[in-house]
Design a protein around this ligand. Structure first.
Ligand code: WT7
Length: 632
């Protein structure tokens, strides 16, 4: 039984009011959706963290406590790219596999608080590995499948990971993706300084990979021999559960740390509310487990709520354009959560393709990661949802742990392309540049007042950066980095980032991260990365580079390729720019700051209407840029 029955507009209003009037009682009640080994007596974070006197284990909450009531219910339906490749794991089977891996981790010397890196394709072992870490109180650090060896090496070093769980290979049709060799290269980059003592290899296929004696082991035989029960570690509510790297506007990606009790309460609360989760649902979130969406809505939220989740290893349109719709029809998916980029790409294939499938099992659709435009919202709602499904546009971030502003089906009146209203207990404010809260229908900088259980604890190894990034820009408020518009009824429309973060296909990329990578190319003196609107990806990445003086024509001509190779190698292929412009200089203010606003406009093809250029130190450069972009 779920703790909260399906909401009505009236019961939803009551939730909003109780959360506002008595947050302590409200959140204590919500925390009772979890199983605690020490029940918390306090809820709201008053400096010690959320539910600070409580203790629990996340994997017990996701697995053990379901065994008596739904041990034989399917927890995970895994669908491989090949249609006949299906695996169903019941809660009992999942529990046994998690315990076995947890035992192997303990035998490998992993202790409470240690970091374990996970780099896997979309196989069940990804979820199993996260749960196994949680069981023994180790923090997992999941790496996106598309990261390059250098990106992995940076994150291994910063987190100090002692054990890595990876795969021999990933598969995409007949192609093989070299997970293990990428990991070997990442570890080798740090040489003797590497903190990794053990590499555990999931055998996704029977492709052989080189193993380093004394460090690497294949998991299959170890798992067969490992005991299938494992004593869970009792964690304090405020102990970290995992860290996950994300990009900001400055410097290197930062390790966002999430806690145990607050995060899990948030994952369970929001998964139930925004997806109107009901027994019998088949829940499919298409995110990679390497992003926060894959943590909260592939793993923790659905499992904490005893759901049946679907995990799909394949691509949306491979081998046939309607592959995703085929998977929905085949497995009777009721709840389908994906990104605007995917929706736009599928929309561009035309309506005949989804029309060939029976999508009548769908009840709730969700969108996340970037603003969804009106056209994509309407197509998703009308064509995929048949006009009968609730469509939730969920606004949140790695740092918020779970959804913050979202439709609650049947309780809130939808409005196309709006994330609608804050969830009960979330208090957004819109500020002007000076930090003054704005009332009524207005556009401003989106901040959150007070705290909420899902808020990140800190940045790994850098609490000062956590404070300066999120809490100090507008004292008294949590700064999201996004802008938003609010209408007269209090509905929110997210307008996009107000900082130098670029959101390509829902992947967050820091302009500084790109410029940092390019700075390693000797022949380039300076660069600037900006985001411009893109029909499918939401935003596309464009890079301006300034070559050093005195380069030959041939050297200059080779720079574009070098930039693309360097970004693919240092960050990953997902961050490769749409265009690279070789320019003599960047537009700068008299104090030497790059004027990104101008570079963005010019990259969009604009040639006039730039406003006052008198503050530029080098106004002549504007025409050069227009000419170069126009010619390209
Ligand atoms: C940034 C966070 C949320 C989990 C996946 C991405 C943008 C996210 C929406 C939405 C408009 C959105 C924001 C946010 N974003 N969801 N529904 N509407 N924008 O997590 O990688 O931490 O990125 O994604 O700009 O700040 P993330």
């Amino acid at each position: 039984m779920l703790s909260t029955p399906r909401l009505t507009p009236e019961s939803y209003k009551r939730l909003v009011e109780t959360a506002r009037n008595d947050p302590e009682a409200f959140w204590l009640r919500e925390s009772s959706r979890l199983a605690w080994s020490v029940t918390p007596k306090s809820a709201v974070d008053t400096g010690k963290g959320w539910f600070s006197d409580g203790a629990l284990n996340a994997s017990v909450n996701c697995l053990d406590r379901h065994l008596a009531t739904r041990g034989d219910q399917t927890a995970i339906i895994w669908q491989g790219e090949e249609d006949s490749n299906v695996l169903r794991l019941s809660y009992r089977e999942l529990h046994a596999r998690v315990c076995a891996l947890a035992n192997i981790l303990r035998d490998s010397g992993v202790k409470r608080g240690d970091r374990v890196a996970i780099h896997l394709p979309a196989v069940v072992e990804g979820i199993i590995a996260m749960q196994a870490c949680a069981r023994i109180g180790a923090m997992h650090m999941v790496l996106f499948g598309g990261f390059s060896a250098e990106a992995i090496a940076d994150r291994l070093a910063d987190s100090g990971a002692v054990v890595v769980i990876t795969a021999n290979v990933g598969r995409r049709g007949a192609k093989r993706i070299p997970f293990k060799t990428t990991m070997d290269a990442a570890i080798a980059l740090r040489g003797e300084a590497s903190t990794v003592r053990r590499v555990l290899v999931v055998e996704v296929t029977d492709d052989a990979v080189p193993l380093t004696e004394g460090r690497d082991s294949l998991l299959t035989s170890l798992l067969e021999a490992a005991p299938t029960t494992c004593e869970p570690e009792a964690m304090n509510a405020t102990d970290p559960l995992f860290l996950l790297y994300t990009s900001g506007s400055t410097g290197k990606p930062k390790g966002i740390v999430h806690g145990t009790g607050g995060y899990l309460t948030w994952a369970s609360y929001t998964h139930e509310l925004i997806f109107d989760h009901q027994p019998g649902d088949v829940f499919w979130c298409t995110a990679d487990i390497g992003w926060i969406t894959g943590h909260t809505y592939v793993s923790y939220g659905p499992l904490a709520n005893g759901a049946t989740l679907l995990l799909f290893e394949g691509m949306p349109s491979h081998p046939t354009p309607g592959r995703w719709w085929d998977v929905i029809q085949k497995h009777g998916v009721t709840t389908f959560y994906t990104s605007p980029t995917a929706i736009r790409a599928l929309m561009s294939e035309g309506n005949e393709i989804p029309a060939g499938y029976d999508l009548s099992s769908l009840r709730v659709l969700g969108s996340v990661g970037e603003p969804i435009n009106h056209e994509a919202w309407t197509w998703f709602h009308d064509v995929i949802g048949g006009g009968r499904c609730a469509l939730v546009d969920t606004w949140w971030q790695t740092e918020t742990g779970g959804a913050m502003i979202s439709l609650v089906p049947y309780a809130v009146e939808p409005r196309p392309a709006s994330a609608t209203l804050p969830l009960p207990g979330v208090n957004p404010v819109l500020l002007d540049e000076k930090g003054t809260p704005l009332d009524g229908a207005v556009e401003g900088i989106l901040c959150i007042d007070g705290s909420w259980p899902g808020r990140a604890l800190t940045i790994w190894n850098d609490d000062a950066l956590f404070q300066t990034t999120y809490l100090k820009p507008y004292p008294g408020h949590y700064f999201t980095g996004d802008g938003a518009r609010r209408d007269a009824d209090g509905y929110y429309w997210i307008t996009g980032r107000v900082d130098d973060v670029i959101n390509v296909s829902g992947h967050r990329i820091g302009s500084a991260e790109i410029e940092d990578a390019i700075s390693e190319i000797h022949d380039i003196s300076e660069s600037s990365a900006v985001g411009i609107p893109h029909d499918i990806k939401g935003q596309g990445l464009v890079v301006y580079i300034v070559p050093h003086e005195g380069l030959s024509e041939e050297q200059t001509a080779g720079l574009k390729d070098q930039v693309i190779r360097t970004i693919a190698c240092k960050v990953g292929r997902y961050a490769v720019p749409e265009a690279v412009y070789v320019v003599p200089d960047l537009p700068k203010t008299r104090s030497g700051k790059n004027v990104r606003r101008l570079m963005r406009k010019i990259a969009c093809g604009e040639t006039e209407g730039f406003g006052d250029l008198s503050t530029l130190a080098n106004p002549g450069i504007v025409n050069d840029l227009i000419r170069i972009v126009g010619k390209a």
